[in-house]
Design a protein around this ligand. Structure first.
Ligand code: SF4
Length: 451
């Protein structure tokens, strides 16, 4: 059904420490068929599993942005695409355009196709498997499973090819390709090893197990981390039911590992010498790898990674990605252009895209801010400043900090009266450039990852 959504209601109060969050309604995430009303018009969020777009779909999105929206798309922190500035009555026309281009394979599942996969997988010789192929299979299976339509629009599958570039994105189900021919499936602090050929099926079975646990808990959890203590997901049972062989990762030493990790770092833990080695191995195996995102620039001989300035691509910039074998929008608000060699750099540069790690706009992001968001205290996109590359920096119009990066980053927050807080320190708007440069480049005593 095509309908405009009311603005987000006030978020539920944060539960007391230790108390489970109780959700009394379904999630209100926008979709391609469920438009969200914003101050700059309506907004549609189009889920793109693994960020994948064919050339034809790139053209359709550019045309839709120009004909129905504000002429741009925003690339989200999950590699999805948002159209903004839509007229309230354009839902049917937009849906028809997207469906005709193959971008709405299952209207009932359009908001649950939340799949992030290592964008460079299969292109640069790194990684233990091509998880882009896993993403396609998982998406097909997800759309073919009627029960999966009950997942929330926020539930996230993360597929990492072993390089660790997407494991930090907070997946509910995280699959990591491992040698030889296996995958580690992580969910709610548990890890099992499955055959690589079973990986997409296993991810889906794990999601189903989450739904079962969520229903059993009765708290309306949208995500695995919202499940109350003690209502763990029985992944192994779910995999067995699905006929998938799974091996627990060092289950025998998990308890001492966890206990040791709570007491002090495992390296120093007072565990007996005869279990020290298996403990360390278990920690290594059960912790997903963490790696940096690829830098903007060539990715192997036939792919190019660009970033979108402040996470938005004009219709002209979208078209500048073509010709391409395919385009993969990334969770770093850019695109991997498959089929583009290093010789495409001048043209991509000329289109205003970020093609080098040293670009002054690399690593700079901002929320929607004014005038699109009624909650914003400032036009953060206009106030954002380029600068010397360093830590990622994110400008927010209010304390919700929508779309902030994962890991360590510099927080620039608008405050009443026209100024900002840069990592908590008050800074007048006119002095943002030097303050942000200092925050991005000065050594940190400790990463700030808790916002
Ligand atoms: S962080 Fe930005 S986009 Fe999000 S609610 Fe606040 S002002 Fe709006």
């Amino acid at each position: 059904m095509l309908a405009a959504m009311p603005p987000d209601p006030t978020p539920a109060p944060t539960p007391a420490p230790g108390a489970p969050r109780v959700r009394e309604r379904g999630d209100a995430c926008p979709g391609a068929l469920r438009l969200h009303s914003a101050d700059d018009g309506h907004l549609a969020r189009l889920r793109l599993p693994a960020g994948l777009l064919t050339s034809r779909q790139v053209e359709v999105l550019a045309d839709a942005a120009e004909a129905l929206g504000d002429g741009r798309i925003s690339v989200t922190s999950r590699g999805n695409a948002e159209l903004r500035g839509l007229a309230g009555g354009c839902g049917a026309e937009l849906a028809a355009l997207l469906a005709e281009a193959g971008l709405l394979p299952s209207p009932t599942h359009e908001r649950v196709r939340n799949i992030v996969a290592s964008p460079a997988s299969g292109l640069d010789g790194l990684g233990a498997a091509d998880v882009q192929l896993w993403a396609r299979e998982l998406d097909e299976r997800l759309c073919a499973a009627p029960w999966a339509a009950a997942l929330s629009g926020r539930f996230l599958f993360v597929l990492d090819d072993g390089r660790g570039d997407v494991t930090g994105l907070g997946g509910d189900v995280t699959l990591v390709a491992a040698d030889p021919g296996t995958a580690l499936l992580h969910l709610g602090g548990r890890t099992v090893r499955v055959a690589a050929a079973d990986a997409p099926r296993a991810a889906l079975a794990a999601a189903r197990a989450f739904l079962t646990a969520a229903r059993g808990a009765g708290t309306g959890a949208w995500r695995v981390r919202e499940l109350p203590e003690g209502s763990g997901v029985d992944v192994r049972a779910a995999l067995t039911t699905a006929g998938i062989a799974a091996e627990p990762v060092r289950e025998a030493v998990r308890k001492p590992v966890e206990e040791a990790a709570v007491r002090k770092p495992v390296e120093e833990a007072a565990v007996r010498e005869d279990i020290r080695k298996p403990v360390q191995e278990a920690v290594r195996e059960s912790a997903p790898p963490h790696g940096a995102p690829p830098a903007p620039g060539p990715l192997g001989p036939a792919a190019f990674h660009v970033l979108a300035p402040l996470g938005r691509l004009t219709a002209a910039q979208l078209r500048a990605l073509l010709p391409a074998d395919e385009v993969r929008l990334t969770p770093w608000r850019g695109a991997v252009v498959v089929g583009a060699g290093p010789d495409r750099a001048p043209a991509l540069d000329a289109a205003g895209l970020i093609t080098r790690p040293g670009s002054p706009w690399a690593g700079v992001s901002a929320c929607t801010g004014r005038p699109g968001c009624a909650k914003s205290l400032a036009d953060v996109r206009a106030d954002a400043v380029p600068g010397r590359p360093g830590l990622p920096v994110h400008y927010s119009g209010c304390e919700r900090r929508c779309g902030h990066p994962h890991g360590d980053w510099v927080d620039v927050l608008a405050v009443p009266g026209g100024g900002y807080l840069v990592d908590g320190a008050p800074v007048p708007r006119t002095d943002l450039a030097p303050a942000v440069t200092t925050a991005r480049t000065a050594p940190r005593t400790a990463p700030r990852t808790t916002r």
